[in-house]
Each structure stands twice: as structure tokens, then as C-alpha cells.
Design a protein around this ligand. Sequence first.
Ligand SMILES: [Fe+2]
Ligand SMILES: [Fe+2]
Length: 679
Amino acid sequence: MRTSNQARRPFMGKISIITLLITLAFATAAFSQTGMDTARVPVKLNVAATVEIQPPTAAEGLGVTKAVAANKLQDTLLIFLAKTLAVSYNQQAARLNIPAVAKSSAGTVTLNLSVLSYSEAEISLYTVGGKRVLYGNVSASSAANTVSRPNLPPGTYLISVKGTDDNAFTARHTHSGGKLIVNAVFGKVDVIPFGCSLARKIGNGEHSPATCSGCSSLKKEAIASALNNNWTISAKAAGYTFDPLTFTPIAGMNPLKTVTLSPVQADTSGFVPEALGIGVGATASEQRFVWHSDDAAANNKSFVRIFKGSDIVSTDSGDAGNATKGKRFHKVTSSNLSPNTEYKYSVSNNKTDWSRKYGFKTPGAGAFKFAVAGDMHQGYIPDNGNGGRQRAITGWDTTMNRIAGHNVNFILDVGDHVDTAKNDDFYKPFFAPAPMKNIPMAVAMGNHDIDDIFIHHFNLPNTAKSDKVMISYNPMTWYGSYWFLYNNVLFVSVNTGAYLLAVYQNDTDAKKMTEAQNHIKYFDGIIEKAKTAHAGKYDWLVVYHHKSTESIGPHATEEEIEIYKKAGFEPLMDKHGVDLVIAGHDHLYVRTKPMKAGKVATGGGTVYLTLPTASYTKFYPETSSLIGDHIAKYKKNNWNGWPGYGVVNVNGKKIDAIIYNYNTTGGADVGLDTLSLSK
Ligand SMILES: [Fe+2]
Ligand SMILES: [Fe+2]
């Protein structure tokens, strides 16, 4: 129980200032008013991570979160130390219903005052930044019990409620008159998804479970209660663990906090899957899993358990079959995942022995981030006197961990995962980086990957085997060509990696061209099918594949690329209005200006990206004669030992990308190039 004299308690949130000001209008001598301070908390990390600082009460959602980038491992987080008023009535904790949040139509938010809460009150909705976007006086005893406004963009908002009526709380309290004043009460409400019916009692740290169907996003309430000094710092990075710190913030600049994350320990108990990886699904609500196991004779099967918190939300079964070297491959797809949700998963071959849990997170309905990477070449054989194979392993591991620091939703890959397609052992270091178990990957097939082993190691959506129109020599093409929809972007992989002109070297030029045209026809069908399947559901169309047609490296002028350019690869991108084509194969970085009909275009066109190697091998030189006016940016070959990758932010009709590279002898990521597209 709290009295009104227990006033000086820390409380956070910019919104506090606003509400306190409002509250003053109602304040009586029963309350003492204080101000609010801010605290700057400097943090220093050992790896890129997302840092979160939370107050000690059930104020979840009102903490601050900040991504600390790999190239800036020291940063400062700002938190609010509001000292706010206590809530009391007759020396008892007051209680208050938070209004129900409803959406009556797209973008319209309605706050309903529930019956038996209080008879009159002001309710307001604020942005997290403190701007009031909805305000009204409501009365539960009259028809005017709702406030509403249209055109509210999806996002996170704070609800503030103040009641001033002495009839309030009659359902809870018997009192003999007098004025009840309720101080700032905050509930953080994520209005995505709408359609919730929520009515929660809050007050003095007590809250009943939400009555909510189809919405789990109402955060715990924050109220001026039970605050103490044990604020928490936590940090998250895929592949790392962290034990939260507690600390006592002070107003102004705080002492530096050192945040050290530890790599996830190797599996030590339960079933240990080999080469476990997760892949993108057909949409963002689907997740795909793949692993290998020994002992094919045991006829093992494939199961995945999905957890939300400690609850098992599904147990899914999938396919298994014999792979190379006495191994067995296992593939499972889990569907109907909720957006913006952290899940854990565990895999098993027999539904009895389960692996340890790994995690992944589904995206929200809006903006998302993906990394781009390729040409890892695990198993790279030439040593060159400097440990080439080990450099490929450590380079890829380092790149993956740097990617994980950006908290991407998935990785888009452009192929050449291994140096020798037929050596299954080379997939071990490919799947070895810890983030490979936490970040889904959408892979393309490179020319170094052409083997059934590729099919056994990746669980891809929408593969179109039945659509094959050619492929007289290579059954791989159908598997490496597929698509998926991720929020408002349609991604299509066309398998140029499997197109090897060497197969036709004894054929006539006419036969070579016919087969190249057959490939283009096949790619056309794949893109058309993807577009038809998701018509009206995407803003952007991205094609990713292996053999770049717009590079300036040594592969760019090879006949096998020239011939499928002549057969119509880029006109195909024009035909379908592809916004971005992402490729690799040449192990250097190139970005073109928007292009159409083979020329630089104004007012739209296709941008072609060629990615550098994401490991530490095979740095190819540029050919200066290929650097025409259509090249917007490239990286000269003075960067041996500098792997690279990119991070692409998609936010509605805007795409912003940064390409990074880094020196494997140490040092932070360097921004190599940026790309912005908008519609
Ligand atoms: Fe390559
Ligand atoms: Fe390649």
C-alpha cells in the first residue's frame, strides 16, 4: 500500500512530462509534485548487439533499446528518470481500467471506456516521442464513452488515463466522498495488430491478465509503483549470450558500463544435429529447417518443436532421406507463425531426443532488414602459403557474426557456399557460425555448388520442378530457382549458377544460344509465376542469382555470361520491372545506375549489385575497360583481406542499403557504399 507521500520515485518515459503537466490541473495537496531527470548511460560492447535498458518494475515496453553497430562498439543510451506522483485514495491504492483499444476501420483507433471502471476521465494517446495524437473526455455512464480518430499510422503508442470523479472505482472501493485524483497511468499499447479487445485493471503494480483475442502485444503497464534502483541492462546478438547487469542510474552522465557477450556454447546435451540451418519460408509467417544426421540405416525422421516462451506451440514433422556419405538429410517447415514474435525451436530425429533450443524472430508487419552476402567458398583449397582454407573459415565466421550484429531478419545469399560442390565436409564450416541457427537464409546456387548435396542442405520454398522447360543437362536449375514473399518485397531466385557453358563446348553456336534462351524462358516462367501468386501484395521486386551480368571483374567477359546476356537476361529484368538484381561470382563490389534496355535510365530502372566475397578468399581484380558511365560505384582491387556484405533496410516504399567491408586483421566495418531507392 502506498500513501501519497511516497512520491519521489523514478519513472521513465518522455510521456511522463506531458502527463504530469496535465495532472497538475487536477492535483490536490494529497500529491507532491517533482520533476524529471534524464540519465545518459554509456555502454561499451565487445560485439555488435542490441542493448536494452529497462526499469525495475512491470514497465516493460517503456525501456530504451538501441542497436550498437560493429563499427561503433561504444554508445550512449538516454533514459528518463521521472519522479512522479503516487496513486492513492483514502490511503489505498487506486485502481483504474485502461480503455479498450479497437480498430473500427483501417487506421482508425477507438478507445472505449469500459463499464465499471470510472465514470469520467480524460484519455489520451501519445506517440512514444510525446506527441498527443488523440484526446478526449469520456464518460462510462453516458453514450459518450469512446474517443476515436482516423488515419493513425501503425506504431507504438502510449495511453494516458486520468480520472477525477469520486464515483470512480466504486466497483472496488467504498468511500465516503471526497475527490479522487488519479495520477499518470501509462500503458504502452502497440496498435499492431488492431482488433484487440482489451480491458485490464492496472494500478499499484497489480494487473489482471489481459482479455485479448488475437493480440498479445499489449505491454505490461507502467505506473508509479515499486520502483527501486535495480534497473537492468541486457544485450542481444545472434549467436551470443549475455547475463543482464543491474545498476543504479543517476541523473546526468553515468559511469561507463561494460557489456560483454559470450559466444553460445557448443551443443553439449541432447540430440546434436549436423549442419543445422534455417531458411526463409514462402512468406514471413513460415520458417524452414534443415539438418543432417548419421546412421541412415536407422530410417530417422524429422521433427521440429516451436516454442513461444516455454510453451510448445507446434510440433511439426517433415521429410528425411538419404544424403551423401551415409548421412541423412532432414527438412521441416513450420507455418502459421505470428508476426513480430520471438520463437525458440528444437529439432529431433525421433521425437524423443531433442536438440537444445535455438531461437529466431519473425518480422513485424512493416519495415524489415536483410543482409546480402555470397561467395563464401568454404573448403577453398589453394593455400598460397597463408592458410587459404582456414582463412575462408574464419572469414565467413567473422562476417556472419558481424551480420548478426545488425539484427537482420534474414540473409539473402548469392551462392558459391563451398569451393568444391561434391565435398559434403565443406558444408560444415558453412553452417558452423552460431548465427546460422538463428538467422534464416535465402540461398542462390553458385557454380561451385552444383550437386545434389546442395539440395540436401537447403530447404527452399516454391521450388518449381514441374515447370522445367529445358535443362537438358542439369537438373539443379529447378531447385535453385524459387521465390518467397517477405512483407512488401517479392524475392525471386533464378539459377544462373547452374548454367555452365562448358557443357556445350562441343556444340554449335546455335545450339548454345538455344539452350541459353531456354534458360531465360525458364526464368521468365519463374518470375511470372511468383508475380501471379502475389499480385497486388508487394511494392518491390528483387531478383537474386549468382553470375552477375553487370560486373567489372574477370568473369564479366566470359562467354557463358555473355551468351545468356545475349539470350535476354537483362531484357527479362526490364520486362518484369525488377527493381534490384543482386549477384556475386566476381568477388568484387559493383553497383550500376538504374538501367533499362541496356542503358542508364532516368525515372526508374533496374539497379544491379555485384557483391564482394563474404569470406577471405579469391579477391578478383577489376577490368578498367568495363568501367563505363553506367557504373555508379565499384571497389578497386586494393583490398585483399577485406571481405564484405551489405545490410538493406526496407521501409514501405523506401529501400536504403549500406555495403560494408572490413579488414580481417582487425578493425571496424567500413561503409563502402550506400544505395537509396524510393517509389
Ligand atoms: Fe565465387
Ligand atoms: Fe562463382
